[in-house]
Ligand binder design. Structure first.
Ligand code: FAD
Ligand code: NAI
Length: 473
């Protein structure tokens, strides 16, 4: 016998679990199905983000940053350390404990909000009488008139070089190395390449990144990308742009990558481990989409409109499995909005105001348009920048790399884009998001009192600089 619900959510990543909780808060009877299991075979809700993404990567970034600080900067504070060592296995175990804690937190939230959780694979069986039948692992059947698909994404492999997670690693293997490799190759200088490359470089690995495109961080503001490249090169993170990767072979305990550089010259990179981080593909394979005629796009993504409606009445899709940036907070926003719409309420997600953060050191964060986009769109603007070198808190912290850049409309002064590279950029960007959501002008930020000494003063100074009147630079 099947159990019936108002809403069934397939996938308990940040999109799915948040959608389930919000729908339950709105008084709907909700089931959430997720197939992720941890190493012990236990259900592990939270998706990519919790298990092998945002949370574990930030845990390792924190550990490795402490290590690097201890190695390079403690002495200047008068702190002496002898025999500094890294126990990578222990660091990875700390990360695993944080992941488990987060899995348990989500299970607790499901209970608290009366979301019925079903571990297993959810797949369409059929549509019948205005509702859909969904099987869980083929053993149980649930029905509901509203289905939210939040099945996320998985790493894309290089053709001919499948992940073995021992030598050729996806994000999963890259977050689980028990020892620091002497040499680490990375294909793709996107977000994962830079974050995980930073982790293992800080711990002592020689890291070489092969990037296919001729430009570095093409999605970021050019000025910020240039600063970032300079900072990463100083850290000896070796980034080769315009690399054309050929064969990848595992031989005698090493990985051999054949590639051509931008000038067409052939090279061979031999490394202990290789991380392949060349983007992700939507997860739709297990859904049995054909059974109900769910429309998929060319990338295997689920085709949705601006409100996350699929081609089927009552079936919605959110997060990495649909268009838009593959970010946890974007998935959450869509999850909340869809739950609200199912409950008959109005909701809006502005994809133009989704912030991006790269948690390297320095951090890189932005929201809104880049300078090159404004030029391409012929939008008249004024730019104001402020370097952290001129910020008292940054100097006290000993972390003065980077700058804040504000782009505002030349006539109306509305803030169109904010770009930050430097310490805590991922936290500072929240002020920019708030300001832009309220359609603030740069003058609005310039008129707000910011605490001293704080990194956030740099945002105010950049806003003052838009009008050519920064006070401390
Ligand atoms: P997912 O988190 O992928 O969750 C989907 C869930 O659905 C999974 O649990 C999966 O097992 C389950 N599932 C799939 N098919 C089925 C099925 N048929 N039945 C049942 N269950 C199914 N984003 C950020 O915003 N900030 C970061 O710092 C960040 N860091 C990242 C670091 C790494 C290394 C990686 C890989 C990603 C990172 N991301 C980050 C991206 C972020 O993880 C994703 O954007 C986010 O997890 C997408 O959420 P989602 O709910 O759409 O899908
Ligand atoms: P990405 O899209 O950020 O970067 C992939 C890079 O690989 C690009 O620079 C691309 O040009 C390059 N590339 C593609 N094919 C190549 C090839 N054959 N040879 C060489 N280079 C090639 O993807 P990534 O790093 O895999 O991350 C996946 C997703 O996860 C991202 O979309 C991102 O949104 C999300 N993520 C977010 C984080 C954050 O918000 N801090 C952290 C990590 C991941």
């Amino acid at each position: 016998m099947s159990q019936s619900f108002d809403v069934i959510v397939i996938g308990a990543g940040p999109g799915g679990y948040i959608a389930a909780i919000r729908a339950a808060q709105l008084g709907l009877k909700v089931a959430c199905i997720d197939e992720w299991k941890n190493a012990e075979g236990q259900p592990a809700p939270g998706g990519t983000c919790t298990n092998v993404g945002c949370i574990p990567s930030k845990a390792l970034l924190q550990s490795s940053e402490y290590f690097e600080h201890a190695a390079l900067h403690f002495a200047e504070h008068g702190i002496a350390l002898d025999n500094l060592e890294i126990d990578a296995a222990r660091m990875v175990e700390r990360k695993a404990a944080i992941v488990r804690q987060t899995n348990e937190g989500i299970l607790f939230l499901f209970k608290k909000n009366k979301v019925a959780f079903f571990p297993g694979r959810g797949a369409f069986v059929k549509a019948a009488g205005g509702a859909y039948e969904i099987s869980v692992d083929g053993t149980e059947t649930l029905t509901a008139p509203n289905i939210i698909i939040a099945t996320g994404s998985r790493p894309r492999a290089l053709p001919g070089a499948p992940f073995d997670e021992e030598y050729i690693l996806s994000n999963e293997g890259a977050l689980n190395m028990q020892e620091v490799p002497e040499t680490l190759g990375i294909i793709g200088s996107g977000v994962i390449g830079l974050e995980l490359g930073s982790v293992w470089r800080r711990l002592g690995a020689q890291v070489d990144i092969l990037e296919g495109l001729p430009v570095f961080l093409g999605a970021a503001d050019e000025q910020i990308a240039k600063e970032a490249k300079k900072a990463f090169e100083k850290q000896e993170l070796n980034i080769v742009l315009g690399a054309k990767v050929g064969s990848v072979e595992v031989q005698d305990g090493a990985v051999r990558v054949a590639y051509e550089d931008a000038a067409g010259e052939a090279h061979s990179l031999v490394v202990d481990k290789l991380i392949v981080s060349i983007g992700r593909v939507p997860n739709t394979e297990g859904l049995n989409a054909d059974a109900v005629g769910l429309a998929l796009g060319e990338r295997g993504d689920i085709v949705v409109d601006a409100e996350c409606r699929t081609n089927l009445p009552g079936v919605w899709a959110i997060g990495d499995v649909v268009r838009g940036p593959m970010l946890a907070h974007k998935a959450e926003e869509e999850g909340v909005a869809v739950a609200e719409r199912i409950a008959g309420r109005h909701a809006h997600v502005d994809l133009a105001l989704i912030p991006s953060v790269i948690y390297t050191s320095p951090e890189i964060a932005w929201v809104g348009k880049t300078e090159q986009q404004l030029k391409a769109e012929n939008i008249p603007y004024r730019a104001g920048t402020f370097p952290f070198m001129a910020n008292g808190r940054a100097r006290a912290m000993g972390d003065t790399t980077g700058l804040v850049k504000i782009l505002a409309h030349e006539k109306t002064d509305e803030i169109l884009g904010v770009h930050i590279i430097g310490a805590m950029a991922g936290e500072l960007i929240a002020e920019a998001c708030t300001a832009m959501a309220f359609r603030a002008s740069s003058e609005d930020i310039a008129l707000i009192c910011h605490a001293h000494p704080s990194l956030s003063e740099s945002l105010r100074e950049a806003a003052l600089a838009v009008d050519g009147r920064a006070l401390n630079f």
